[in-house]
Structures are given as C-alpha cells and as structure tokens.
Design a protein around this ligand. Structure first.
Ligand code: CP
Length: 330
C-alpha cells in the first residue's frame, strides 16, 4: 500500500507533485503489462467499491473506471442524479458522507459551467474517501494523464523540449467543455514540453488556467505560446492535439455558438497540415472525435494517430490512481 497517497483526492493534476504523477504512470505501465500478459491483479482492491456519479454521458470514462474496478477485484457502481436523491436536491456534503461510509472512493463527472469543480471540492471536504474527477467544467485530469502516459510509452520519460500543440478545431455537434485543453496546458509544461495553444478569436481559455500554464512552464524551464494561426502552431510540432471546444468564455447560446463556429470551418486536422509537423509527430485526440470536421479520416486512422492508445490508457492510469489512493494492496 502507498501510505503517502492513501485517500488523496485526484481532482486536478495541479494538486499532485510531478514525482507522484510519475509514480502513477509507472504503476499504470506495470498494470498494463500484466493485463496484456494475461496476469490477473484482482487482489489489489479486493471487495472495495467505487461510486461513479455522472451528471453527463460518457463512453470511455464510465467503462474504463468500471472495468478498472472489476480488474482490481472491486466493484464500480454507476450513479446519476436521477437515480439518486441528488435529483431531489440532496447536497454534495450529505451524498459524500453517506457514500464514503459505504465504499472506498467516489468518482464524479460534472461539467456544469461554474458548478462542476466546486461540487467535487465540496464533496471532497466532507467525504471520508478519495474523490476522482471524471471531468468537470475546468479540468479532465484522467484524460491528460492517459495522454501523458501515451507519450511516455512511445517517446520515453524525458519529454523536455518537445513541442506539444493543442489546437482548436471546428465541430458542429455540441459545445464541448474547456476541460481537455485546460488540463493539457497545465500538465504538459510540468514535464518540460514546450506547449503551443492555437485558437480563433473568442475561443480563449479561463484566465487563471492560462496563468497556471505560464507559471508551470516557467518553473519547468519550458515555454508556453499562444497563436491564432493553426498552420504556425503545427510547424515542427512533435505532438498534435487538435480538438474542438466551445466559446464558453464568450457564450453558450446555441445560435451564437453555431454562428461563431461556422466562421472557422477551415480549422481541421488534414494530411497537409500534418505534413507541417515533424516526420515522427503523433496525432492525438481524447475522443469522441467529429470525423470530417475536427480531422480527416486519413489523419484519424493514419499511421501517426495514437487515439486508441490514449483511450486504452484511460483504463490503466485510472487503475493506478485508484490503487494508489484507495488503499490498494500491491
Ligand atoms: N474522452 C472522454 O472522456 O470520453 P467520454 O466522454 O466518452 O468519457
């Protein structure tokens, strides 16, 4: 058991040291190796329970957490506001105290703008069990850690000096939260990567997150750059993460969102743009990806794409985080 990390919340990577994040990645790589070798590790969280509370829908997050608990010997319980008394107004304090009296961990997805992360921290204050973010309005730390693990596996643990590009892309379907780009701009500079953030006017991130990203880059001796030119961002990049997010700092009104997005249909990951990057550059996306809008199929399914490794690594990194914080025996 890891005493140091026992019962530590995982709401943002900012609350964890670089050394502790590396410990999680090392364990995730170990668990992944065992899984691929067909070795069971179902004693690690034997008979322990994780409550998974979703305010929004999910494919990867729900199934990777629930599968992870099964593989570690425990159980994941899927909850929604409508399936609990949260839907009738029971607050985070009472919900957290009750659930942590039953089980050993609580994971929450709450992307409500201006509410989500506050809800997680409120539950963390009162629950006697670690709280995991399954994405909120500000951060998606499990996704960012799975992304980092994917890069470590492919390029090694020293990623300093590599150019990591997060670029806005056009997508018509729904207003995606800011949490993925924000989690990436905060995390990647801490591992020495030179981060470039590209977006059209109106798609800026939260000012305090930008301040954190700049401070993290400075502390690590890395750079953090902004541009409104997607081609400029792609030039000589090592890691490309083109994805859509909503103009949430400006509006969430559907008509206005669609009108803004319609002005930037050329913000798409194409094979021509990929050619601007380094020869061994990788194409990344957290998924779901809007094929034909955010990126061409040739890019998504091409040899530079690592999107399915990123998705699979959600399972392994979350198992590591749960094992470290929920009293895992290993
Ligand atoms: N990337 C991600 O969080 O996917 P889901 O919304 O399907 O969980």
């Amino acid at each position: 058991m890891n005493d140091h990390l026992f019962q530590k919340d995982f709401i943002t990577t900012q609350d964890w040291s670089v050394d502790d994040l590396r410990t999680a990645i090392d364990l995730a790589v170990q668990l992944k190796g065992q899984r691929h070798a067909g070795e069971l590790h179902d004693q690690i969280l034997r008979a322990k329970t994780l409550y998974m509370l979703f305010f929004e829908e999910s494919t990867r997050t729900r199934n990777s957490f629930e599968t992870g608990m099964t593989q570690l010997g425990g159980h994941g319980v899927y909850l929604t506001p409508a399936a609990t008394q949260i839907g009738h107004g029971e607050n985070a304090r009472d919900t957290g105290r009750v659930l942590s009296g039953f089980g050993e961990g609580i994971a929450i997805r709450d992307c409500r703008t201006g509410i989500g992360q506050d809800y997680l921290y409120e539950m963390a204050e009162h629950a006697d069990a670690p709280i995991f973010s399954m994405q909120d309005d500000i951060d998606h730390p499990c996704q960012a850690m799975a992304d980092l693990m994917t890069l470590v596996e492919r390029f090694g643990s020293d990623l300093s000096g590599r150019k990591f590009v997060i670029s806005w892309t056009h997508a018509p379907k729904y207003v995606r939260p800011l949490s993925v780009p924000q989690s990436l701009v905060m995390l990647m500079p801490r591992f020495g990567m030179d981060v470039t953030l590209a977006y059209p006017e109106g798609y800026h991130l939260m000012p305090d997150i930008m301040d954190t990203a700049r401070a993290n880059a400075e502390d690590a001796g890395a750079t953090f750059t902004e541009t409104h030119d997607m081609d400029e961002a792609f030039a000589d990049a090592d890691f490309l993460y083109p994805k859509s997010w909503g103009p949430i700092m400006v509006t969430e009104e559907q008509d206005e969102v669609e009108a803004m997005a319609a002005k930037h249909t050329d913000w798409r990951a194409t094979t021509e743009r990929m050619a601007l990057a380094k020869d061994d550059a990788v194409y990344m996306h957290c998924m779901p990806v809007d094929r034909g809008y955010e990126a061409d199929d040739e890019v998504i399914d091409g040899p530079q794409s690592v999107i399915y490794q990123q998705a699979e690594n959600r399972l392994h990194i979350q198992k590591a985080l749960m094992a470290l914080t929920m009293g895992g025996e290993f």
